[in-house]
Design a binder for this molecule. Sequence first.
Ligand SMILES: [Zn+2]
Length: 191
Amino acid sequence: NQLQRQLARRTKGSNRWLKTKQRINKLHGKISRQRLDFAHKTSRQITNENDILVFEDLNVKAMQKFNGSMVADNVMGLITQLSKYKAELEGKLYHEIGRFEKSTGICSECGQRHVLTLNDRRFTCTACGAYQSRDLAAAKSIASTGELDIIAAGIVARVTPASQQKQSVKTKAFELSKLDFGSEKKTQPSC
Ligand SMILES: [Zn+2]
């Protein structure tokens, strides 16, 4: 930027060089404070709104190559770390899925995989024809991969809304007691 060019014109170590250097440092400090503030707010919102958090462990170095300076500062990594910290603090479930799990280009309706470029913001599934947002489809894919991982690890039985969970437990208990009652009935006459 402008200040960087100014610094390059000054004699290294001179008073004017030092002054420009200080102005650059001050600017960088302001930007990183804003970034930290943004990361804190975003992670707070994520943790407040969800009980189970699934994050994709992003390959940040590869993303830098694609997106340049936008991801170079790794704000997403900061948000991930802060969310993990807040989730653990509040006894919520935090889960990370693998770094190289391909989530982009998977149809959220049927699971068909597509090769997309960064410019393909939306795509139409070649198998089922569903027209969808690339990022939303990726997020759904991350969520379902995370759900399967959590189930496989035996952490939760199933990620379903509390109201539905209650109902299925009730049904199970009812069936179980019916079965017990039935078998008792069967054994009683034989005795
Ligand atoms: Zn599809």
